[in-house]
Design a binder for this molecule. Structure first.
Ligand SMILES: [Cu+2]
Length: 149
């Protein structure tokens, strides 16, 4: 309730109106190792798309850390395997990994992070996967991102 009111107020205050409202999304990663979204649809009219990850839990990031990582569907396994090796200091993302189309830093409870994606990196009609690359979290924390008109 409070969050909705705050979001509406922010929208009104920004004066950026509807175009920008569609070009962003907020997703929550919880203490229960879940995301609250299974799909994200990016409108083709968006040149940029902002993803904000919020962690409404209380557990610290070394215990229940979450990030938001975007790759092509087939790259999930390779990216999470290499991310696990890269470790917490690298937010569980291998530095310079070109398979990673966008990612936030790793956050713990009561923290927030965001990333803005340039939609030129996406192809219409392709399926992309988003997930948390903290070791083993992607088994539960993953969803599909689509880019369409
Ligand atoms: Cu996670």
């Amino acid at each position: 309730m409070l969050r909705t009111a705050a979001a509406l107020a922010a929208l009104t205050l920004s004066g950026l109106a509807h175009a920008d409202a569609q070009c962003s999304v907020t997703i929550h990663g919880t203490d229960q190792m879940t995301y609250d979204l299974k799909t994200i649809a990016v409108p083709a009219s968006c040149k940029q798309f902002k993803v904000t990850l919020q962690h409404p839990g209380t557990l610290p990031k070394n215990v229940m850390g979450h990030n938001w990582v975007l790759t092509k569907k087939d790259d999930l396994k390779g990216v999470t395997d290499d991310g696990a090796k890269a470790g917490e200091n690298n937010d569980y993302v291998q530095p310079g990994d070109t398979r990673v189309l966008a990612h936030t830093k790793l956050i713990g409870g009561n923290e927030e992070a965001s990333v803005t994606l340039n939609t030129q990196t996406l192809k219409k009609g392709d399926d992309y996967v988003f997930f948390c690359s903290y070791p083993f979290h992607a088994t539960m924390m993953k969803g599909t991102l689509t880019f369409s008109g």
